[in-house]
Design a protein around this ligand. Structure first.
Ligand SMILES: Nc1ncnc2c1ncn2[C@@H]1O[C@H](COP(=O)(O)OP(=O)(O)OP(=O)(O)O)[C@@H](O)[C@H]1O
Length: 695
């Protein structure tokens, strides 16, 4: 039997994912910079051991002579070897840089952690004092102290170290604030961990990387500051060389011996640049998304559809998404987060997008909104609003669409609202920017909007900060913001996940009321199939970035065809189930979207998979209800037979449109339905011109 084409054999397979290690993630510039710093440190440490003349040996060579084999950096006005002086100067410059950073860190980090973790009065006192310290002009302070206390290595190091403390406090406090709010810290505290243990085990490791990054940047700043003081003659005194001092010494002979200024300057410049670069790359490492989104210099996994491809716009379609793709380059390879998704939404209707975590629901919404993350992300396919293609719009024009015709509500209202700005200010902003309202009119309209979404005492709420409202109220505010400019489509990405059941119901009712009043379309992302069954007219089921089943809610839930949808439904608890069947979990794990399986992405987890499923990717095939489509070779309804089995059964014509097959009414899907099903059943045939196979 011929070997079925394996993953590696498939013609459209991407190159194997790049398992780029830390070395590649940091990039060659980092390693060059780190190499230079290591060299300078090594030379400074071993300066006495190197086969160089003494740094203070006058007439070691002819005065003011340029670089030669004997004196690679040339000599200064007194005939001293410049390389030796630069090497010894590195000791002072690096010593001051490292020493000041350690001093600043030792004093600033504990204060920053304390302020960020304890908050309240501790924070107010520390940050108040810090603000006062920051108000002093640093360089004037340094000059005054060194001039008064004497220009010695210890004094220079101490003054520059003290001056760096406020910056350390700010940095560490900010990072601590971020992590102190994270769930793992709350979980540790809930388990009874003491503050000291939380600080050491939970917070400190997370603060360490940003602190290491800032240490390099701070070192660069200190080296420059020390150079400035030395140039003014206020650092370590002659004959001990420092880089700033060498530049100062070379200044009078610059015309006859430019190397005496240029070479120490070059070494100092490269060292400062390298320290900044190393710090910057370390900072990028702390940003998981940024490090994961470094553009991979390889061709995209799948050539995205050529621009200019035109799709047939469905009659009555308000929003039509055709063959949408979003590919994200990551260190593991190209993640096909959205892979050829097509759907249509009409005015006044709700389309729900469901699927397991990681199936691409949120990325699909972001992709439709044109908000794909990172510069390396690739987007293909088309998004039509009222028949107009939005994918070719300039960022400026797309911003106008986002503000006025699309509204979006996200999962966590606390993170969607800026915690330090009043509700009124945040609500008025889109009204002022997009509708051009004046401050007073925007305020009045904002108050009306809050009232319309059921916020009691809206005028008072306008003056509140987000943390002063309950979760339900905050979500009402974000809905009011999303509705503020009268959008045609409201995207609600798990809008009720962070809310309790009663509030969840209120919020969903609110969205439905607004949809009816405004004749909007709603695209609702949800994990909760009971919510979907109750509130959505149409459903799109996603798996591994693709649509695997879609159609009118009632048809899809009552006559489920795709085993994945069936498995999702079987995993929903049903209180009315008299038999109390145990819940069925979906076996296995969702696929790695950087390396999805060949054939049907679900086949490794599918109990009904056969050989064909591992080889050929099933297209979206029509079920008997108009608009109900599924991607499966062996669907779960007795009325449906796989095209492979029938030869003349359900299939698609050359245009990719559904043909009526012999699919008679089959038995209801094994999983049953999760709640009261409602909603009309009139979704017309969807355009398959750009489905996941790009037909
Ligand atoms: N910024 C990113 N960089 C790289 N990959 C990403 C990024 N954001 C998401 N992904 C990947 O894209 C895929 C889809 O993610 P997405 O957030 O859309 O899933 P989801 O279905 O909305 O999940 P959930 O229900 O948990 O929110 C996942 O595999 C995820 O790991």
């Amino acid at each position: 039997m011929p070997r079925p084409p394996g993953r590696r054999d498939r013609p459209d397979r991407p190159d194997r994912p790049e398992h780029r290690g830390l070395l590649r993630r940091l990039g060659p510039a980092f390693w060059l910079a780190a190499g230079w710093l290591a060299l300078v440190v090594a030379v400074a440490a071993a300066a006495d051991l190197l086969p160089l003349p003494r740094y203070d040996e006058t007439l070691a060579g002819p005065p003011r002579s340029g670089p030669s084999a004997e004196h690679p950096f040339g000599t200064d006005a007194l005939g001293r070897d410049l390389l030796s002086r630069v090497a010894h100067g590195a000791r002072v410059s690096l010593g001051v840089g490292v020493g000041a950073v350690l001093l600043g860190l030792a004093a600033g980090a504990p204060l920053g952690v304390l302020a960020g973790y304890r908050r309240r009065r501790t924070d107010a006192v520390i940050m108040g004092a810090n603000d006062v310290a920051l108000a002093f002009p640093a360089m004037v302070f340094a000059l005054a102290v060194v001039a008064f206390a004497g220009a010695s290595l210890v004094n220079v190091l101490a003054v520059l170290g003290v001056l760096s403390v406020p910056a350390w406090i700010r940095l560490v406090r900010g990072t601590t604030l971020v992590f102190a709010e994270r769930e793992f810290v709350t979980a540790a505290r809930a388990l009874g961990a003491r503050d000291r243990s939380v600080l050491w085990r939970e917070i400190a490791p997370n603060v360490a990387l940003p602190a290491a990054s800032y240490a390099f940047v701070g070192m660069a700043v200190t080296i420059v500051a020390e150079g400035g003081l030395a140039f003014l003659g206020l650092s370590v005194q002659a004959p001990t060389p420092t880089w700033g001092g060498l530049i100062n010494e070379g200044r009078p002979v610059m015309e006859t011996a430019p190397h005496a200024v240029l070479l120490p300057s070059l070494v100092m410049f490269l060292t400062v640049l390298s320290a900044n670069l190393v710090g910057d790359r370390l900072r990028a490492l702390t940003d998981v998304r940024q490090s994961g989104l470094e553009p991979v210099r390889r061709r995209p996994a799948v050539p995205l559809p050529a621009p200019g491809q035109v799709h047939r716009i469905e009659e009555g379609a308000l929003l039509q998404v055709a063959g949408l793709r979003t590919h994200l380059p990551t260190p593991r390879g190209t993640v096909r987060a959205v892979d050829g998704v097509s759907f249509t939404v009409r005015r006044g209707r709700t389309l729900a997008i469901v699927g397991e975590s990681g199936s691409g629901k949120s990325m699909l919404i972001r992709s439709v909104l044109g908000l794909v993350p990172g510069p390396g992300a690739l987007r293909g396919g088309r998004v039509y609003l009222d028949g107009r293609d939005l994918t070719g719009l300039s960022p400026e024009r797309m911003r106008r669409v986002l503000g006025t015709r699309f509204g979006a509500v996200f999962q966590d209202p606390m993170t969607a609202l800026n915690p330090v700005r009043r509700i009124g200010v945040q609500l008025a902003e889109p009204l002022r920017v997009h509708l051009g309202l004046g401050a007073k009119a925007a305020r009045a309209r904002g108050t009306e909007l809050l009232a319309s979404v059921g916020v009691p005492e809206p005028a008072r709420v306008m003056r509140r900060y987000p943390h002063q409202l309950s979760g339900g109220m905050r979500q009402r505010v974000t809905i009011a913001m999303a509705l503020s400019c009268g959008p045609d489509v409201l995207f609600a990405d798990e809008p009720t996940t962070a809310l309790d059941v009663t509030v969840q119901d209120q919020v969903l009712r609110l969205i439905r009321r607004q949809r009816e009043e405004r004749r909007m379309a709603v695209v609702l992302v949800s994990h909760d199939l009971a919510v979907v069954a109750e509130w959505a007219d149409e459903v799109v089921v996603m798996y591994a970035g693709k649509v695997v089943e879609r159609g009118p809610t009632a048809a899809l839930f009552e006559r489920t065809r795709m085993p994945y949808t069936e498995a999702l439904l079987a995993a929903v608890p049903k209180l009315t189930d008299p038999a109390h069947h145990p819940l069925r979990l979906i076996a296995g794990r969702p696929p790695d979207l950087a390396d999805p399986p060949a054939g049907c992405s679900f086949h490794p987890r599918c109990p009904y998979a056969r050989e064909r499923c591992a080889v050929e990717e099933p297209p979206l095939l029509p079920a008997e209800t108009p608009g109900h489509l599924y991607a499966c070779w062996y669907p779960r309804d007795t009325g449906a037979r796989a095209p492979a089995d029938t030869g003349s059964g359900t299939g698609t014509d050359s245009d990719g449109r559904g043909l009526d097959g012999p699919c008679g009414p089959g038995r209801p899907a094994a999983a049953g339905r999760p709640g009261d099903l409602s909603g009309p059943n009139d979704l017309s045939d969807l355009d398959e011109g750009a489905d996941s196979r790009g037909r």
